[in-house]
Write a protein that binds this ligand. Structure first.
Ligand code: HEC
Ligand code: HEC
Length: 217
């Protein structure tokens, strides 16, 4: 990623951060942590996903608020599990699910889901032209960066932990953008997604969710 993209939001976040800012993620991408996720044991991950019931909600389920994990970046998945476990990201179900996982379990589950083929796109409901513009160009007047600058032109995500958005469930995408907007989800490093979501209207969030759910491989 262009380094300047990282520096600007960091700077804005520092300026805007209230003194009692919530902690964001506690995961640091040290070479050891990266190596742990990269070497995750997919066979053990597959077993855990089945035995712990992860698949029941995340694979082939129609629960609109349980995101697809297949094809997501393993490093992103690992960090989210870690964040639920230490409660940097709040969700009752997922905090309980992550509580008993070891570092190795989280690496193995992430490696397993990461290597699955991503879910197919679902056709967008309603107009998405405004979302397409925001995704590819942003809005200079409101200082909204193009989503594509970080999430990639097709919403495919980017190392280490910019998630894939393409083909994700639209209800989940909208709900999690709303959670960033309200500050309920606050594990994003440098508050980047909170700052971006805060500039979006509810209609734009709805359209962006439909737009990305409709992107294919
Ligand atoms: C009862 C249903 C349920 C079960 C079982 C469950 N999850 Fe989840 N999971 C959810 C929901 C709902 C969310 C979205 C929560 C939120 O908004 O923070 C979620 C979110 C996640 C995320 C964040 C994904 C993202 O795109 O940010 C990961 C990673 C995850 N779950 C992994 C797992 C793993 C691994 C297991 C098994 C150990 C598991 N889940 C079990 C329902 C479930
Ligand atoms: C400066 C880089 C950057 C830009 C620009 C950006 N994002 Fe993100 N986005 C991220 C990162 C990093 C994360 C992971 C944050 C976290 O861990 O909570 C993320 C997370 C997300 C998520 C959560 C996905 C999930 O599976 O839970 C959504 C949805 C999202 N971004 C949508 C957007 C949209 C829509 C735009 C454009 C309006 C956008 N992002 C612009 C970096 C960016």
């Amino acid at each position: 990623m262009d380094k300047r993209l990282l520096i600007l939001p960091a700077l804005l976040a520092t300026l805007a951060a209230p003194a009692q800012a919530e902690p964001s993620s506690r995961v640091a991408w040290t070479p050891e942590t990266l190596a742990l996720v990269k070497a995750g044991n997919t066979g053990h991950g597959q077993e855990l996903a089945k035995n712990l019931g992860c698949d029941g909600c995340h694979t082939g389920s129609t629960m609109p608020d349980a995101p697809h994990l297949a094809g997501q970046l393993a490093t992103y998945l690992y960090r989210q599990l870690h964040d639920y476990k230490d409660r940097s990201r709040a969700n009752d179900t997922m905090e309980a699910m992550a509580a008993g996982l070891s570092e190795q379990d989280m690496a193995d589950l992430s490696a397993w889901y990461g290597k699955q083929e991503a879910s197919a796109a679902t056709p967008a409901q309603g107009a998405v032209e405004a979302a397409q513009r925001l995704a590819s160009q942003g809005d200079k007047q409101r200082l909204v960066p193009a989503c594509a600058a970080c999430h990639g032109g097709g919403g495919q995500g980017q190392a280490q932990d910019v998630p894939r958005l393409a083909g994700q469930k639209p209800a989940y995408l909208a709900a999690t953008l709303q959670a960033y907007k309200k500050g309920q989800r606050h594990n994003d490093v440098y508050q980047r997604m909170r700052a971006i979501a805060a500039t979006l209207s509810d209609e734009e969030i709805h359209q962006l969710a439909e737009y990305y759910a409709a992107q294919g491989h």
